[in-house]
Design a protein around this ligand. Structure first.
Ligand code: NAP
Length: 359
């Protein structure tokens, strides 16, 4: 496999730090540029960050790398790398503008931001589900006027557990899904030190999260038609999202109804047998088993199970029949690994394997 040089835009943030730890020993990708705001630019990485929030030490290699200005240094960074990962905390228009600057500088962007998730020629990829949406990139390049520059996004972290669990049951025709999520504080880029109000607390509101949790799956389940992604219309999804006092790991309590009601055994068999392109291609960050089912009635648990298969698997448990819906279950995924940086690295591996970063 070829080697690719990569940049991280938003390298000082929570997701940026995850990218750094995930790429430390990556077999295909090597970090060659780190970027953040003008506040951090010009400083060595170890001095630019407000705090190292990862549980493994900061890799030696990045400590002295001088941070670039994500906006002012686009051309320079684009000349140093084959593509960038992007995870920045800015408003939608500014984020879109920065992502387009990189794409137009012929530098592909693997984005964690929500700004371009609604753009209909930007694929939003969960690699096990809709890698085929990469077809739309050719049409996006025409719009941008680029040869190799494009933007691909990963979806919101809230839905990374229940969308794969429902997707694996597609043959039964999912009609209605209700999901209540219990989301960790790292999802807001925070720790208990930086967000003391969250100690011993639950906050029943996460701005914009319910809308994303309901809408984004429809794009993931959509089809490429006429140079854009046309959203699916089923299943209808309703979501309620709560912030809970956990550092990492988003849980979801899910209820679902189908055209043809599956038996509990059929559901478990679908989850056990589900494989996607990352497993077929044996991509470096792919979990061997994407969906893990637990028979114990008190699993999955956030602290015990969020790191299954390096935090890249989805954990499912408590499958039962329901009195209002066909079935109900609980699922869990690691929000900054599968739900953010890890999901973006896996998407990049898939696009690399398909030749999208070749020159
Ligand atoms: P964060 O910890 O607050 O980090 C924000 C990053 O953005 C920092 O590197 C910061 O650089 C940079 N930044 C801020 N203003 C900038 C500017 N004007 N120009 C360039 N860079 C700027 O946020 P995060 O949690 O990592 O989230 C980053 C993105 O990922 C967000 O869009 C978020 O919605 C998304 N996301 C997060 C998660 C999660 O679980 N945390 C999951 C999925 C998606 P400075 O240090 O220089 O200010």
């Amino acid at each position: 496999m070829k080697q690719y040089k990569v940049g991280i835009v938003g390298a000082t943030g929570m997701v940026g730090q995850r990218f750094i730890t995930l790429l430390e020993n990556h077999p295909w990708f090597e970090i060659t540029a780190l970027c953040a705001s003008s506040r951090s630019a010009g400083k060595p990485y170890s001095q630019a960050i407000k705090g190292w929030a990862m549980d493994t030490p900061m890799p030696e290699k990045v400590k002295d790398m001088v941070v670039f200005d994500a906006k002012a240094d686009v051309e320079k960074v684009a000349s140093m790398v084959d593509f960038v990962f992007c995870a920045i905390e800015l408003d939608k228009e500014e984020t879109k503008a920065i992502e387009e600057l990189y794409a137009k500088a012929e530098c592909p962007v693997m984005s964690n931001n929500s700004a371009n998730r609604g753009t209909d020629d930007v694929p939003m990829i969960i690699p096990e589900i809709n890698g085929d949406h990469a077809e739309v990139i050719e049409f996006q390049k025409k719009r941008l006027g680029t040869k190799r520059g494009f933007i691909a996004v990963k979806s919101n972290c809230s839905l990374q557990s229940y969308v794969p669990a429902v997707h694996a049951l597609k043959e039964f025709g999912p009609k209605k899904v209700l999901a209540c999520t219990y989301q960790a504080i790292s999802g807001a880029g925070k720790t208990f030190e930086t967000w003391p109000e969250m100690v011993d607390n639950v906050i029943p509101y996460i701005g914009g999260e319910e809308e994303k949790s309901e809408k984004e799956p429809m794009k993931i389940w959509g089809k490429v038609e006429g140079g854009k992604i046309v959203n699916a219309t089923e299943p209808s999804i309703t979501a309620q999202c709560l912030r809970v006092a956990c550092q990492d790991g988003h849980m979801a309590a899910v209820f679902a109804s189908f055209e043809k009601k599956p038996t509990l055994e059929e559901v478990k068999a679908c989850w056990a047998n589900f494989r996607g392109e990352p497993q077929e291609l044996d991509l470096p960050s792919a979990p061997k088993q994407f969906l893990h089912y637990y028979e114990e009635e008190n699993r999955p648990q956030t602290r015990l199970d969020r790191m299954t298969e390096g935090g890249m698997a989805v954990n499912i448990g408590r499958l039962r029949e329901d009195s209002q819906y066909d079935i109900k279950f609980v699922c869990l995924s690691h929000n900054t690994l599968r739900g953010a940086a890890g999901g973006a690295v896996l998407m990049a591996e898939l696009l690399a394997a398909k030749g999208y970063f070749d020159r």
